[in-house]
Design a protein around this ligand. Sequence first.
Ligand code: GLC
Length: 540
Amino acid sequence: MSMPENVPWWKTAVIYQIYPRSFSDANRDGIGDLQGIIGKLDYLQWLGIRAIWISPIYPSPMADFGYDVSDYTGINPIFGTMADFDRLLNEAHARDLNVLLDFVPNHTSDRHPWFIESKRSKASPKRDWYIWHDGKPDGSAPNNWKSVFGGDAWEWDADTEQYYYHGFLKEQPDLNWRNSAVQEAMYNAMRFWLDKGVDGFRVDVMWHMIKDAQLRDNPPNPDYVESQPTYNQLLPVYSTDQPEVHAIVAEMRKVVDAYGDRVIIGEIYLPIQQLMAYYGPQNDGAHMPFNFLLLNLPWHAPEISAAIDQYEGALPAEGWPNWVLGNHDRPRLTSRIGEHQARVAAVLLLTLRGTPTLYYGDEIGMHDVPIPAEEIRDPQGLNMPDKDLSRDPCRTPMQWSDRPYAGFSEVAPWLRVDKKYARVNVEAQRNNYFSMLSLYRKLIQLRNGEPALNQGTYTPISSTDQLIAYRRDSPHGDSFLIILNLTSRPCRYRQTDLLLKGQVVVATAPELEDTPIEADIYLSGDEGIVVRLEPIGNTS
Ligand code: GLC
Protein backbone atom coordinates (compact mmCIF):
# COMPACT_ATOMS: atom_id res chain seq x y z
CA MET A 1 0.00 0.00 0.00
CA SER A 2 1.54 3.33 -0.93
CA MET A 3 0.53 6.30 1.17
CA PRO A 4 2.23 9.66 1.31
CA GLU A 5 4.12 9.89 4.59
CA ASN A 6 2.40 13.05 5.72
CA VAL A 7 -1.19 11.77 5.67
CA PRO A 8 -2.28 10.49 9.11
CA TRP A 9 -3.11 6.78 9.00
CA TRP A 10 -6.67 7.27 10.22
CA LYS A 11 -7.57 9.32 7.16
CA THR A 12 -6.78 6.58 4.68
CA ALA A 13 -7.59 3.54 6.85
CA VAL A 14 -10.72 1.44 6.70
CA ILE A 15 -11.83 0.86 10.31
CA TYR A 16 -13.59 -2.33 11.43
CA GLN A 17 -15.75 -2.47 14.56
CA ILE A 18 -15.50 -5.63 16.63
CA TYR A 19 -18.21 -6.40 19.18
CA PRO A 20 -15.98 -8.65 21.27
CA ARG A 21 -18.71 -10.82 22.82
CA SER A 22 -19.77 -11.89 19.36
CA PHE A 23 -16.63 -12.05 17.24
CA SER A 24 -14.83 -15.29 18.04
CA ASP A 25 -14.85 -17.52 21.12
CA ALA A 26 -11.50 -19.20 21.73
CA ASN A 27 -12.06 -20.42 25.31
CA ARG A 28 -15.36 -22.20 24.64
CA ASP A 29 -17.63 -20.36 27.04
CA GLY A 30 -20.00 -19.10 24.40
CA ILE A 31 -18.69 -15.52 24.63
CA GLY A 32 -16.11 -14.04 22.28
CA ASP A 33 -12.70 -13.09 23.69
CA LEU A 34 -9.33 -11.51 22.99
CA GLN A 35 -7.73 -14.80 21.92
CA GLY A 36 -10.60 -15.18 19.51
CA ILE A 37 -9.85 -11.76 18.01
CA ILE A 38 -6.15 -12.61 17.73
CA GLY A 39 -7.10 -15.71 15.76
CA LYS A 40 -8.95 -13.58 13.22
CA LEU A 41 -6.38 -10.87 12.62
CA ASP A 42 -5.11 -12.64 9.50
CA TYR A 43 -8.63 -12.52 8.12
CA LEU A 44 -8.89 -8.77 8.78
CA GLN A 45 -5.52 -8.19 7.17
CA TRP A 46 -6.60 -10.25 4.15
CA LEU A 47 -9.71 -8.08 3.91
CA GLY A 48 -7.56 -4.94 3.82
CA ILE A 49 -8.61 -3.46 7.17
CA ARG A 50 -6.14 -0.97 8.71
CA ALA A 51 -7.67 -0.44 12.15
CA ILE A 52 -10.00 -2.21 14.55
CA TRP A 53 -12.24 -0.57 17.13
CA ILE A 54 -13.10 -2.99 19.90
CA SER A 55 -16.26 -2.32 21.95
CA PRO A 56 -15.50 -2.25 25.73
CA ILE A 57 -13.34 -5.05 27.14
CA TYR A 58 -12.90 -3.63 30.65
CA PRO A 59 -14.07 -5.21 33.90
CA SER A 60 -17.82 -4.71 34.04
CA PRO A 61 -20.90 -6.29 35.63
CA MET A 62 -22.25 -6.28 32.05
CA ALA A 63 -25.53 -4.54 32.85
CA ASP A 64 -25.05 -2.84 29.46
CA PHE A 65 -22.59 -5.40 28.08
CA GLY A 66 -19.42 -3.56 28.93
CA TYR A 67 -20.65 0.03 28.61
CA ASP A 68 -20.87 -0.06 32.41
CA VAL A 69 -17.20 0.01 33.35
CA SER A 70 -16.03 -0.91 36.85
CA ASP A 71 -12.28 -0.49 36.16
CA TYR A 72 -10.95 1.66 33.32
CA THR A 73 -7.49 0.14 33.31
CA GLY A 74 -8.23 -3.56 33.48
CA ILE A 75 -9.38 -6.39 31.23
CA ASN A 76 -12.57 -8.28 31.95
CA PRO A 77 -11.71 -11.95 32.68
CA ILE A 78 -14.57 -12.91 30.33
CA PHE A 79 -12.41 -11.56 27.51
CA GLY A 80 -8.98 -12.60 28.81
CA THR A 81 -6.04 -11.10 30.66
CA MET A 82 -3.87 -8.02 30.28
CA ALA A 83 -1.22 -10.32 28.79
CA ASP A 84 -3.77 -11.37 26.14
CA PHE A 85 -4.44 -7.73 25.41
CA ASP A 86 -0.74 -6.95 25.06
CA ARG A 87 -0.42 -9.86 22.67
CA LEU A 88 -3.42 -8.67 20.69
CA LEU A 89 -1.86 -5.23 20.37
CA ASN A 90 1.47 -6.67 19.21
CA GLU A 91 -0.08 -9.12 16.79
CA ALA A 92 -2.32 -6.43 15.34
CA HIS A 93 0.54 -3.97 14.91
CA ALA A 94 2.65 -6.68 13.31
CA ARG A 95 -0.08 -6.87 10.65
CA ASP A 96 -0.27 -3.12 10.15
CA LEU A 97 -3.58 -3.04 11.99
CA ASN A 98 -4.10 -0.23 14.48
CA VAL A 99 -6.16 -0.75 17.60
CA LEU A 100 -8.79 1.64 18.94
CA LEU A 101 -10.41 1.08 22.31
CA ASP A 102 -13.88 2.14 23.31
CA PHE A 103 -13.60 4.77 26.01
CA VAL A 104 -16.71 5.32 28.17
CA PRO A 105 -16.23 8.65 30.00
CA ASN A 106 -19.84 9.71 30.57
CA HIS A 107 -20.73 7.12 33.18
CA THR A 108 -19.24 4.28 35.20
CA SER A 109 -20.80 1.12 36.53
CA ASP A 110 -22.57 1.47 39.88
CA ARG A 111 -20.07 -1.21 41.00
CA HIS A 112 -17.09 1.03 40.21
CA PRO A 113 -15.17 1.73 43.46
CA TRP A 114 -15.59 5.45 42.76
CA PHE A 115 -19.37 5.20 42.84
CA ILE A 116 -19.41 2.85 45.83
CA GLU A 117 -17.34 5.43 47.70
CA SER A 118 -19.45 8.33 46.41
CA LYS A 119 -22.67 6.65 47.52
CA ARG A 120 -21.34 5.93 51.00
CA SER A 121 -22.09 9.34 52.44
CA LYS A 122 -22.84 12.93 51.56
CA ALA A 123 -19.47 13.74 53.10
CA SER A 124 -17.55 11.28 50.93
CA PRO A 125 -14.52 12.83 49.23
CA LYS A 126 -15.88 11.31 46.02
CA ARG A 127 -19.46 12.53 46.52
CA ASP A 128 -18.99 15.24 43.90
CA TRP A 129 -17.57 12.75 41.37
CA TYR A 130 -21.16 11.93 40.39
CA ILE A 131 -24.28 14.06 39.95
CA TRP A 132 -26.10 13.96 43.29
CA HIS A 133 -28.99 16.27 44.07
CA ASP A 134 -31.75 16.76 46.62
CA GLY A 135 -35.27 16.05 45.49
CA LYS A 136 -37.86 18.80 45.11
CA PRO A 137 -39.67 19.81 48.32
CA ASP A 138 -42.41 17.26 47.53
CA GLY A 139 -39.74 14.57 47.33
CA SER A 140 -39.88 14.14 43.56
CA ALA A 141 -36.79 14.05 41.29
CA PRO A 142 -34.73 17.26 40.83
CA ASN A 143 -35.99 17.73 37.26
CA ASN A 144 -37.85 15.98 34.44
CA TRP A 145 -34.89 14.39 32.63
CA LYS A 146 -35.39 10.93 31.21
CA SER A 147 -33.09 7.97 30.75
CA VAL A 148 -32.22 6.85 27.21
CA PHE A 149 -33.08 3.34 28.35
CA GLY A 150 -36.56 4.25 29.60
CA GLY A 151 -38.00 5.80 32.74
CA ASP A 152 -36.65 8.66 34.84
CA ALA A 153 -32.99 9.55 34.81
CA TRP A 154 -32.85 10.09 38.58
CA GLU A 155 -32.47 7.27 41.10
CA TRP A 156 -33.28 7.80 44.77
CA ASP A 157 -30.69 6.66 47.28
CA ALA A 158 -32.53 6.04 50.55
CA ASP A 159 -29.32 5.81 52.61
CA THR A 160 -28.03 9.29 51.85
CA GLU A 161 -31.41 10.76 50.90
CA GLN A 162 -30.42 12.22 47.56
CA TYR A 163 -30.97 11.39 43.92
CA TYR A 164 -28.19 10.55 41.45
CA TYR A 165 -28.40 11.11 37.71
CA HIS A 166 -28.05 8.34 35.13
CA GLY A 167 -28.56 9.14 31.44
CA PHE A 168 -28.67 5.39 30.73
CA LEU A 169 -29.30 2.52 33.20
CA LYS A 170 -29.48 3.18 36.92
CA GLU A 171 -26.46 0.84 37.02
CA GLN A 172 -24.62 3.48 34.93
CA PRO A 173 -24.37 6.63 37.11
CA ASP A 174 -23.10 9.69 35.19
CA LEU A 175 -19.76 11.11 36.23
CA ASN A 176 -19.59 14.79 37.11
CA TRP A 177 -17.23 16.15 34.46
CA ARG A 178 -17.32 19.60 36.11
CA ASN A 179 -15.11 18.10 38.81
CA SER A 180 -11.41 18.44 37.94
CA ALA A 181 -10.43 15.30 39.86
CA VAL A 182 -12.80 13.30 37.64
CA GLN A 183 -11.23 14.85 34.58
CA GLU A 184 -7.72 14.00 35.70
CA ALA A 185 -8.65 10.43 36.65
CA MET A 186 -10.19 9.85 33.23
CA TYR A 187 -7.29 11.42 31.32
CA ASN A 188 -4.97 9.16 33.27
CA ALA A 189 -7.02 6.15 32.23
CA MET A 190 -6.57 7.24 28.62
CA ARG A 191 -2.82 7.66 29.18
CA PHE A 192 -2.63 4.14 30.61
CA TRP A 193 -3.75 2.68 27.27
CA LEU A 194 -1.84 5.18 25.15
CA ASP A 195 1.33 4.24 27.04
CA LYS A 196 0.69 0.66 26.03
CA GLY A 197 0.56 1.70 22.41
CA VAL A 198 -3.17 1.86 21.72
CA ASP A 199 -3.77 3.99 18.62
CA GLY A 200 -6.76 5.92 19.87
CA PHE A 201 -10.30 5.80 21.16
CA ARG A 202 -13.87 5.72 20.08
CA VAL A 203 -15.43 7.90 22.77
CA ASP A 204 -18.84 6.74 23.96
CA VAL A 205 -21.76 9.25 24.01
CA MET A 206 -19.44 12.22 23.77
CA TRP A 207 -22.32 14.70 23.54
CA HIS A 208 -23.73 13.59 26.90
CA MET A 209 -20.63 14.36 28.97
CA ILE A 210 -21.66 17.66 30.53
CA LYS A 211 -25.15 18.71 31.68
CA ASP A 212 -26.69 22.10 32.37
CA ALA A 213 -25.20 23.51 35.59
CA GLN A 214 -28.66 24.58 36.76
CA LEU A 215 -30.27 21.24 35.85
CA ARG A 216 -33.14 22.98 34.08
CA ASP A 217 -36.14 20.95 32.87
CA ASN A 218 -36.02 19.70 29.29
CA PRO A 219 -38.88 21.00 27.10
CA PRO A 220 -41.45 18.60 25.63
CA ASN A 221 -40.89 17.26 22.12
CA PRO A 222 -43.88 18.30 20.00
CA ASP A 223 -43.10 15.58 17.44
CA TYR A 224 -43.10 12.67 19.86
CA VAL A 225 -45.02 9.58 18.76
CA GLU A 226 -45.91 6.64 21.02
CA SER A 227 -43.81 4.08 19.17
CA GLN A 228 -40.62 6.00 19.99
CA PRO A 229 -38.57 5.43 23.13
CA THR A 230 -39.95 7.36 26.10
CA TYR A 231 -36.67 9.33 26.09
CA ASN A 232 -37.91 11.11 22.96
CA GLN A 233 -40.84 12.67 24.86
CA LEU A 234 -38.53 15.55 25.78
CA LEU A 235 -35.95 17.49 23.79
CA PRO A 236 -32.66 16.90 25.64
CA VAL A 237 -31.51 20.50 25.32
CA TYR A 238 -30.27 20.78 28.92
CA SER A 239 -29.05 17.23 29.47
CA THR A 240 -26.85 16.88 26.37
CA ASP A 241 -24.69 18.88 23.95
CA GLN A 242 -23.85 21.68 26.39
CA PRO A 243 -21.38 24.37 25.26
CA GLU A 244 -18.93 23.32 28.01
CA VAL A 245 -18.47 19.88 26.46
CA HIS A 246 -16.11 21.26 23.84
CA ALA A 247 -13.50 22.27 26.40
CA ILE A 248 -13.50 18.69 27.70
CA VAL A 249 -13.14 17.25 24.22
CA ALA A 250 -10.26 19.66 23.55
CA GLU A 251 -8.52 18.41 26.72
CA MET A 252 -8.98 14.80 25.61
CA ARG A 253 -7.51 15.75 22.28
CA LYS A 254 -4.46 17.23 24.01
CA VAL A 255 -3.97 14.05 26.01
CA VAL A 256 -4.05 11.98 22.84
CA ASP A 257 -2.01 14.40 20.71
CA ALA A 258 0.82 14.27 23.23
CA TYR A 259 1.42 10.75 21.89
CA GLY A 260 1.48 11.73 18.19
CA ASP A 261 -0.34 9.86 15.45
CA ARG A 262 -3.35 8.72 17.55
CA VAL A 263 -7.01 9.40 16.97
CA ILE A 264 -10.23 10.29 18.78
CA ILE A 265 -13.55 9.36 17.21
CA GLY A 266 -16.61 10.71 18.99
CA GLU A 267 -19.93 8.91 19.16
CA ILE A 268 -22.39 11.75 18.59
CA TYR A 269 -25.97 11.56 17.39
CA LEU A 270 -26.77 15.19 16.52
CA PRO A 271 -27.91 17.22 13.50
CA ILE A 272 -25.09 18.18 11.12
CA GLN A 273 -24.43 21.72 12.35
CA GLN A 274 -24.18 20.67 16.00
CA LEU A 275 -22.08 17.68 15.01
CA MET A 276 -19.56 19.89 13.24
CA ALA A 277 -18.85 21.78 16.48
CA TYR A 278 -17.20 18.60 17.81
CA TYR A 279 -14.30 19.08 15.39
CA GLY A 280 -13.43 22.02 17.63
CA PRO A 281 -13.04 25.69 16.63
CA GLN A 282 -9.37 25.21 15.66
CA ASN A 283 -9.80 21.59 14.59
CA ASP A 284 -8.75 20.84 18.17
CA GLY A 285 -11.75 18.65 19.07
CA ALA A 286 -12.39 15.07 18.01
CA HIS A 287 -10.41 14.06 14.92
CA MET A 288 -13.60 12.48 13.65
CA PRO A 289 -17.03 13.03 15.15
CA PHE A 290 -18.86 9.94 13.87
CA ASN A 291 -21.10 10.71 10.92
CA PHE A 292 -24.29 8.65 11.29
CA LEU A 293 -26.24 10.23 8.42
CA LEU A 294 -26.42 7.00 6.44
CA LEU A 295 -27.80 5.12 9.45
CA ASN A 296 -30.84 7.30 9.76
CA LEU A 297 -31.87 8.43 6.29
CA PRO A 298 -34.43 6.68 4.13
CA TRP A 299 -32.58 4.83 1.36
CA HIS A 300 -33.64 7.18 -1.45
CA ALA A 301 -31.21 8.68 -3.94
CA PRO A 302 -32.41 12.31 -3.55
CA GLU A 303 -32.17 12.26 0.26
CA ILE A 304 -28.84 10.44 0.30
CA SER A 305 -27.18 12.64 -2.29
CA ALA A 306 -28.48 15.81 -0.63
CA ALA A 307 -27.18 14.62 2.74
CA ILE A 308 -23.73 13.82 1.34
CA ASP A 309 -23.48 17.27 -0.19
CA GLN A 310 -24.80 18.93 2.94
CA TYR A 311 -22.27 17.08 5.09
CA GLU A 312 -19.39 17.83 2.72
CA GLY A 313 -20.46 21.47 2.64
CA ALA A 314 -20.73 21.80 6.41
CA LEU A 315 -17.29 20.34 7.23
CA PRO A 316 -14.86 22.82 8.74
CA ALA A 317 -11.81 23.62 6.62
CA GLU A 318 -9.52 21.05 8.22
CA GLY A 319 -12.27 18.62 9.21
CA TRP A 320 -11.87 15.11 7.83
CA PRO A 321 -15.10 13.31 6.87
CA ASN A 322 -16.12 9.78 7.86
CA TRP A 323 -18.99 7.39 7.08
CA VAL A 324 -20.78 4.60 8.90
CA LEU A 325 -23.40 2.08 7.72
CA GLY A 326 -23.87 0.06 10.87
CA ASN A 327 -22.93 -0.40 14.50
CA HIS A 328 -23.90 -2.43 17.58
CA ASP A 329 -26.79 -0.09 18.41
CA ARG A 330 -28.60 0.00 15.08
CA PRO A 331 -30.41 -2.49 12.81
CA ARG A 332 -28.15 -4.28 10.33
CA LEU A 333 -27.75 -2.75 6.90
CA THR A 334 -29.08 -5.78 4.97
CA SER A 335 -32.20 -5.84 7.14
CA ARG A 336 -32.76 -2.14 6.63
CA ILE A 337 -32.31 -1.85 2.88
CA GLY A 338 -32.22 -5.45 1.60
CA GLU A 339 -29.39 -7.66 0.40
CA HIS A 340 -29.20 -6.17 -3.09
CA GLN A 341 -29.04 -2.56 -2.00
CA ALA A 342 -26.56 -3.52 0.72
CA ARG A 343 -24.12 -4.22 -2.12
CA VAL A 344 -24.75 -0.75 -3.56
CA ALA A 345 -24.28 0.69 -0.07
CA ALA A 346 -20.90 -1.07 0.20
CA VAL A 347 -19.77 0.70 -2.96
CA LEU A 348 -21.00 4.00 -1.54
CA LEU A 349 -19.31 3.55 1.85
CA LEU A 350 -15.97 2.63 0.31
CA THR A 351 -15.86 5.27 -2.41
CA LEU A 352 -17.04 8.34 -0.53
CA ARG A 353 -14.48 10.85 0.71
CA GLY A 354 -13.60 10.11 4.32
CA THR A 355 -12.80 7.26 6.64
CA PRO A 356 -15.25 4.34 6.46
CA THR A 357 -16.10 2.30 9.55
CA LEU A 358 -17.41 -1.19 8.90
CA TYR A 359 -19.45 -3.13 11.42
CA TYR A 360 -18.37 -6.77 11.87
CA GLY A 361 -20.42 -9.14 9.73
CA ASP A 362 -21.68 -6.47 7.35
CA GLU A 363 -18.96 -7.60 4.95
CA ILE A 364 -20.72 -10.96 4.58
CA GLY A 365 -24.21 -9.44 4.60
CA MET A 366 -25.26 -10.60 8.05
CA HIS A 367 -28.90 -9.89 8.89
CA ASP A 368 -30.68 -8.85 12.06
CA VAL A 369 -31.49 -12.11 13.76
CA PRO A 370 -34.98 -12.39 15.31
CA ILE A 371 -34.53 -13.09 19.02
CA PRO A 372 -37.48 -14.65 20.87
CA ALA A 373 -38.73 -12.58 23.81
CA GLU A 374 -37.39 -15.01 26.41
CA GLU A 375 -33.87 -14.77 24.94
CA ILE A 376 -33.63 -10.97 24.86
CA ARG A 377 -30.48 -9.82 26.65
CA ASP A 378 -30.22 -6.13 25.79
CA PRO A 379 -31.40 -3.87 28.64
CA GLN A 380 -32.82 -1.36 26.15
CA GLY A 381 -35.07 -4.13 24.81
CA LEU A 382 -35.95 -5.51 28.23
CA ASN A 383 -36.82 -2.11 29.71
CA MET A 384 -39.22 -1.11 26.94
CA PRO A 385 -40.68 -4.47 25.88
CA ASP A 386 -43.57 -2.95 23.92
CA LYS A 387 -41.30 -0.89 21.61
CA ASP A 388 -39.13 -3.43 19.81
CA LEU A 389 -35.91 -1.64 20.76
CA SER A 390 -33.68 -4.58 21.55
CA ARG A 391 -30.24 -4.31 19.98
CA ASP A 392 -29.60 -8.05 20.26
CA PRO A 393 -30.58 -8.76 16.62
CA CYS A 394 -27.54 -6.84 15.32
CA ARG A 395 -25.15 -8.32 17.92
CA THR A 396 -25.35 -12.02 17.08
CA PRO A 397 -22.25 -14.21 16.69
CA MET A 398 -20.05 -13.66 13.66
CA GLN A 399 -20.61 -16.32 11.01
CA TRP A 400 -17.26 -17.84 10.12
CA SER A 401 -18.21 -21.18 8.57
CA ASP A 402 -20.98 -23.78 8.22
CA ARG A 403 -19.78 -25.66 11.29
CA PRO A 404 -22.07 -25.74 14.35
CA TYR A 405 -22.65 -22.27 15.81
CA ALA A 406 -21.23 -20.87 12.57
CA GLY A 407 -17.69 -21.59 13.73
CA PHE A 408 -18.00 -18.80 16.31
CA SER A 409 -17.76 -21.20 19.25
CA GLU A 410 -17.89 -24.89 20.03
CA VAL A 411 -20.62 -24.38 22.60
CA ALA A 412 -23.98 -22.62 22.50
CA PRO A 413 -23.25 -18.87 22.23
CA TRP A 414 -24.65 -16.17 24.50
CA LEU A 415 -26.97 -15.05 21.69
CA ARG A 416 -28.40 -17.34 19.06
CA VAL A 417 -26.76 -17.62 15.63
CA ASP A 418 -28.56 -16.65 12.42
CA LYS A 419 -30.27 -19.64 10.82
CA LYS A 420 -28.86 -18.56 7.45
CA TYR A 421 -25.28 -19.15 8.55
CA ALA A 422 -24.76 -22.13 6.24
CA ARG A 423 -24.83 -19.72 3.30
CA VAL A 424 -23.90 -16.46 4.95
CA ASN A 425 -20.42 -17.13 6.32
CA VAL A 426 -16.83 -16.14 5.70
CA GLU A 427 -15.63 -19.55 4.52
CA ALA A 428 -18.39 -19.95 1.94
CA GLN A 429 -17.95 -16.43 0.62
CA ARG A 430 -14.19 -16.19 0.65
CA ASN A 431 -13.60 -17.87 -2.67
CA ASN A 432 -16.88 -16.99 -4.27
CA TYR A 433 -16.31 -14.25 -6.79
CA PHE A 434 -19.93 -13.13 -6.57
CA SER A 435 -20.19 -12.94 -2.79
CA MET A 436 -20.67 -9.87 -0.62
CA LEU A 437 -17.29 -10.60 0.97
CA SER A 438 -15.53 -10.58 -2.41
CA LEU A 439 -17.20 -7.28 -3.25
CA TYR A 440 -16.10 -5.74 0.07
CA ARG A 441 -12.56 -7.02 -0.34
CA LYS A 442 -12.22 -5.69 -3.87
CA LEU A 443 -13.56 -2.30 -2.84
CA ILE A 444 -11.27 -2.10 0.19
CA GLN A 445 -8.21 -3.18 -1.79
CA LEU A 446 -8.99 -0.67 -4.51
CA ARG A 447 -9.51 2.10 -1.97
CA ASN A 448 -6.31 1.25 -0.10
CA GLY A 449 -4.24 1.49 -3.25
CA GLU A 450 -5.79 4.57 -4.84
CA PRO A 451 -5.09 8.05 -3.45
CA ALA A 452 -8.03 9.30 -5.53
CA LEU A 453 -10.32 7.17 -3.38
CA ASN A 454 -8.64 7.31 0.01
CA GLN A 455 -7.83 11.01 0.03
CA GLY A 456 -8.89 12.60 -3.27
CA THR A 457 -11.56 15.20 -3.83
CA TYR A 458 -15.27 14.44 -4.05
CA THR A 459 -17.37 16.05 -6.77
CA PRO A 460 -21.08 15.35 -7.10
CA ILE A 461 -22.03 14.95 -10.74
CA SER A 462 -25.63 13.97 -10.92
CA SER A 463 -28.49 12.73 -8.87
CA THR A 464 -31.97 11.71 -9.93
CA ASP A 465 -34.85 9.86 -8.28
CA GLN A 466 -32.89 6.67 -8.83
CA LEU A 467 -29.20 7.30 -9.04
CA ILE A 468 -26.26 9.11 -7.56
CA ALA A 469 -23.10 9.81 -9.54
CA TYR A 470 -19.90 11.41 -8.30
CA ARG A 471 -16.22 11.67 -9.10
CA ARG A 472 -13.16 11.13 -6.97
CA ASP A 473 -9.96 12.75 -8.21
CA SER A 474 -6.44 12.65 -6.91
CA PRO A 475 -4.00 15.51 -7.30
CA HIS A 476 -1.84 13.12 -9.37
CA GLY A 477 -4.46 12.93 -12.10
CA ASP A 478 -6.11 9.60 -11.28
CA SER A 479 -9.88 9.73 -11.32
CA PHE A 480 -12.86 7.53 -10.67
CA LEU A 481 -16.51 7.90 -11.58
CA ILE A 482 -18.99 6.17 -9.30
CA ILE A 483 -22.56 5.58 -10.40
CA LEU A 484 -25.05 3.96 -8.05
CA ASN A 485 -28.61 2.87 -8.73
CA LEU A 486 -30.41 3.06 -5.40
CA THR A 487 -33.52 1.35 -6.72
CA SER A 488 -34.41 -2.10 -8.04
CA ARG A 489 -35.47 -0.65 -11.42
CA PRO A 490 -33.02 -0.22 -14.31
CA CYS A 491 -31.91 3.29 -15.15
CA ARG A 492 -29.76 5.22 -17.55
CA TYR A 493 -27.02 7.69 -16.86
CA ARG A 494 -26.46 9.91 -19.88
CA GLN A 495 -23.16 11.70 -20.14
CA THR A 496 -23.79 15.18 -21.38
CA ASP A 497 -21.21 17.96 -21.58
CA LEU A 498 -17.94 16.13 -21.07
CA LEU A 499 -17.64 12.66 -22.59
CA LEU A 500 -15.73 10.60 -20.08
CA LYS A 501 -13.99 7.37 -20.99
CA GLY A 502 -12.92 4.55 -18.78
CA GLN A 503 -13.43 0.99 -17.62
CA VAL A 504 -15.44 -0.48 -14.80
CA VAL A 505 -13.01 -1.70 -12.11
CA VAL A 506 -15.41 -2.87 -9.42
CA ALA A 507 -19.15 -3.44 -9.70
CA THR A 508 -21.94 -4.95 -7.65
CA ALA A 509 -22.25 -7.37 -10.58
CA PRO A 510 -18.66 -8.59 -11.04
CA GLU A 511 -19.25 -9.59 -14.66
CA LEU A 512 -19.27 -5.87 -15.51
CA GLU A 513 -15.62 -5.48 -14.59
CA ASP A 514 -13.40 -4.30 -17.46
CA THR A 515 -16.40 -3.06 -19.46
CA PRO A 516 -15.69 0.31 -21.11
CA ILE A 517 -18.25 3.03 -20.49
CA GLU A 518 -20.23 4.68 -23.28
CA ALA A 519 -22.00 8.01 -23.56
CA ASP A 520 -25.13 6.29 -22.29
CA ILE A 521 -24.51 4.11 -19.28
CA TYR A 522 -27.27 1.61 -18.49
CA LEU A 523 -27.50 0.29 -14.96
CA SER A 524 -29.62 -2.68 -13.94
CA GLY A 525 -31.66 -2.44 -10.75
CA ASP A 526 -29.50 -2.53 -7.60
CA GLU A 527 -26.37 -1.89 -9.60
CA GLY A 528 -23.37 0.20 -8.71
CA ILE A 529 -20.17 0.67 -10.67
CA VAL A 530 -16.76 2.16 -10.02
CA VAL A 531 -15.15 3.38 -13.24
CA ARG A 532 -11.47 4.19 -13.58
CA LEU A 533 -11.43 7.21 -15.88
CA GLU A 534 -8.94 7.62 -18.67
CA PRO A 535 -7.05 10.88 -18.54
CA ILE A 536 -8.87 13.51 -20.63
CA GLY A 537 -7.48 13.59 -24.15
CA ASN A 538 -6.72 9.88 -24.25
CA THR A 539 -8.51 8.67 -27.39
CA SER A 540 -7.39 5.06 -27.44
C1 GLC B 1 -23.41 4.18 23.44
C2 GLC B 1 -23.11 2.75 23.10
C3 GLC B 1 -24.28 1.91 23.52
C4 GLC B 1 -24.43 2.04 25.03
C5 GLC B 1 -24.60 3.51 25.41
C6 GLC B 1 -24.45 3.71 26.88
O1 GLC B 1 -24.48 4.69 22.73
O2 GLC B 1 -22.84 2.64 21.74
O3 GLC B 1 -24.11 0.56 23.17
O4 GLC B 1 -25.54 1.31 25.45
O5 GLC B 1 -23.61 4.30 24.81
O6 GLC B 1 -23.11 3.55 27.27
